[in-house]
Design a protein around this ligand. Structure first.
Ligand SMILES: [Zn+2]
Length: 309
């Protein structure tokens, strides 16, 4: 059963102690119950400082080992509040706002936490998109955010896939690519879309020969069809592109380097694909659930170069 707080009061009552946070994490981590990694028996109890003790061999397993929260020196209560803050707002949180809300001493801590949580926004082994899917590229960055008088930094090329659900948009996938080459676009499509799907693109030659990978390919030639042809013929990806740009300029004031852009694309995708969730508590639950599944990221690894997704 999916068990999560519905309101901020439920949240505050429920996670008032470290013990309650450990218990919640343990339940997410071992949904079928704890199984000892040493003796493979089940059962045990939660001891102090988030250690689960095997009732058979007394082996101790840390609830946070191998998760986003591994080796944290801060209380889990604070992490839970960070996740609530990030998921309870429709547009997400900037490092500045997180630092202020949690009373964190350093901006860098807030920034690092947000990036660790963004890593958890991509579910390991997630499904690929299916059915009819629009694919197109867009340029992000380079334009100035007049309201803030800042630049979005260097220009980046982002490829977008958006499922067609009748007139509406289903799920999306995004990736930063170096150039709109056949190699990069085909790789993205194969990683993001289930073979057998109908891939709808413009006439860019780099999209050709998708049939060889088991896709059906619908091509809309834009040339000579007017300046807004892309928006008319591939409306979903262009709607997603404009929402993405607005979000980067709004919540994050455009202050994002290309090196970190993939993390922001992950967060945008997480939010977009759950935009119809009835309660924000469900997003809190999903993000925590994924945070115990992804491997820990050190600050050094977070700032190291990103591979293309
Ligand atoms: Zn054991």
């Amino acid at each position: 059963m999916e068990d999560y707080p519905r309101t901020v009061l439920e949240f505050e009552d429920r996670f008032a102690s470290e013990q309650s946070c450990w218990e919640y994490l343990a339940a997410l981590r071992w949904p079928e119950g704890f199984v000892c990694p040493r003796c493979h028996e089940s059962g045990g109890w939660l001891a102090s400082r988030g250690r689960w003790v095997c009732q058979h061999c007394r082996h101790q397993a840390s609830v946070t080992a191998g998760t986003v929260f591994q080796d944290t020196h801060k209380p889990l209560r604070l992490w839970f509040r960070a996740i609530w803050h990030v998921t309870s707002q429709k547009t997400g949180a900037s490092a500045v706002s997180l630092q202020q809300v949690l009373g964190l001493g350093s901006y860098l801590t807030a920034w690092t936490w947000l990036h660790k949580l963004r890593r958890a926004m991509v579910r390991p082994g997630r499904d690929r998109l299916q059915g009819a899917v629009e694919v197109d590229e867009t340029i992000v960055g380079g334009e100035s955010a007049e309201h803030f008088g800042r630049n979005l930094g260097e220009k980046s090329l982002v490829v977008i896939a958006a499922e067609k659900k009748g007139a509406a948009t289903g799920r999306i996938r995004l990736a930063l690519i170096p150039q709109a080459t056949r190699e990069a676009l085909h790789q993205f499509i194969r990683q993001s879309i289930e073979p057998g799907s109908l891939v709808h693109t413009d006439g860019l030659p780099a999209y050709r020969e998708l049939e060889g990978f088991g896709y059906k390919h619908q091509v809309s030639v834009l040339l000579g069809k007017g300046p807004d042809a892309a928006i008319r013929l591939l409306p979903r990806v262009h709607r997603v592109a404009s929402l993405l740009k607005r979000w980067l300029l709004g919540t994050h004031q455009g202050a994002i380097s290309a090196k970190h852009l993939p993390y922001y694309l992950d967060e945008f995708t997480f939010r977009f694909n759950r935009r119809t969730s009835r309660t924000r508590g469900k997003l809190f639950y999903r993000l925590l659930q994924q945070a115990v599944q992804v491997s820990p990221q050190t600050y050094e690894r977070l700032i190291a170069n990103h591979n293309i997704q």
